[in-house]
Ligand binder design. Structure first.
Ligand code: ADP
Length: 368
């Protein structure tokens, strides 16, 4: 009869030889107690000990004090014993005391009777990847903090500016009404300039304040886009009838979105489509949607003045306007506002346009 014990021992001896040459992975054989019984070249390279120095020692010595206090090595061995395998990532200690980020798999070895006779521990040194991830995370956090600070600053500045502007507007109105007879034509003209400028400033400041508030609600709800646009068009009734705009609304979906922000997004695009119309042409606006791979794509298409190709990406930047105020009134905040809203929804906004022949604004809201 064949001696099972000796066959097993042979197998046990053969296995390490296969792994000996591997340098990218530390492959270590442990006995049932976690003592090291074999050590390949990769282990030597990654952990710094030669086989001669480490054989017979316990694998716990690679763990940080924090992990040891937590009982991590024993928990991993226990898991591998019970479930066949334990996987972990974490800082481990080399011979010279420095740390490396190891990705570790501990697999239980069994004899023919199914009893655990030891473990194979395979470790990959992922320190470079880990450091790159940490640097990226640190950088992202710094940017987030800077953005928050900037947003708070803009909020406070625009909030505090509102009061003095309101005071200017009120007193100009008072001067105009109570001193009307005493003001000569020049004074009246100057007063109208002050009034116009302070109203403009008030609009700008309000725009900035609204911009900083995007995303404050932070509550995703199911929105019926047809109902939303229908009620928006009712609010815009005066503008629509003054401009004689014809607006066609297609079948729009129900989506998960931040509702107040979505309303502002449609409002900005529809009012722009009405505002940037051609003088002698009835404005025709079409609002449609299409389901694409990355979620719903919406389109607000007009037959207005259009945009020159070189300006197509610029217009989404804050305060970028292509016209003087005497041609078209505005603050240049609207499309920056729209961009921030689609960003909030993990979406995209873009425009296709032919100068003189209308524009088609598209936005997607990300797959949800
Ligand atoms: P505002 O409307 O206050 O000027 P926006 O940020 O909404 O600011 O738009 C920026 C610029 O983009 C506008 O000044 C205009 O030149 C251009 N634009 C926006 N929408 C349209 C449109 N539908 N047709 C043509 N030009 C547009």
């Amino acid at each position: 009869m064949k001696d099972t014990t000796s066959t097993l021992t042979d197998k046990f001896r053969e296995t390490p030889k296969i792994f000996d040459e591997i340098e990218d992975y530390a492959i270590i054989l442990l006995d049932v107690n976690g003592n090291i019984i074999n050590w390949n070249r990769g282990a030597e390279r990654i952990k710094g000990y030669s086989a001669y120095e480490i054989l017979g020692k316990n694998f716990r010595q690679f763990y940080t004090q924090k992990d040891l206090d937590f009982g991590k090595p024993d928990m991993l061995i226990e898991k591998a014993r019970n479930e066949g395998k334990a996987i972990d990532e974490g800082w481990r200690i080399k011979k010279d005391g420095s740390a490396f980020w190891g990705s570790v798999t501990i697999t239980a070895r069994h004899n023919d009777l199914g009893e655990v006779i030891g473990f194979i521990k395979v470790t990959r040194d992922l320190t470079e990847r880990k450091r790159a991830e940490e640097a990226l995370l640190k950088h992202t956090r710094e940017i987030e903090i800077k953005n928050k600070e900037l947003e708070q600053y803009t909020y406070i500045a625009s909030h505090d500016l509102q009061e003095p502007i309101r005071t200017v507007i009120n007193f100009v109105e008072l001067l105009n009404s109570e001193y009307e007879e005493k003001l000569d034509e020049n004074a009246k003209l100057y007063m109208s300039f002050i009034s116009e400028a302070s109203h403009r400033m008030s609009n700008l400041v309000k725009g900035l304040l609204d911009f900083t508030r995007i995303g404050n609600t932070k509550q995703l709800v199911t929105v019926n886009c047809n109902k939303l646009v229908e009620s928006l068009l009712q609010d815009l009734e005066v503008k629509i009838s003054e401009s004689k705009a014809e607006i066609i609304v297609g079948d729009l979906p129900e989506i998960k979105a931040y509702e107040p922000e979505l309303i502002s997004l449609f409002l900005n695009l529809i009012t722009n489509a009405i505002k940037f119309r051609k003088n002698d042409v009835t404005p025709k606006i079409k609002i449609t949607s299409k389901l694409e791979k990355d979620g719903w794509h919406f389109s607000v298409k007009d037959n207005g003045i259009g945009i020159k190709e070189r300006y197509l990406s610029k217009i989404f930047v804050m305060f970028q306007r292509l016209h003087s105020r005497s041609e078209f009134d505005g603050t240049g905040i609207g499309l920056a506002y729209c961009k921030k809203i689609v960003d909030l929804h993990n979406g995209r906004i873009w425009v296709e346009s032919e100068f003189g022949n209308g524009s088609n604004f598209f936005f997607s809201l990300g797959a949800k």
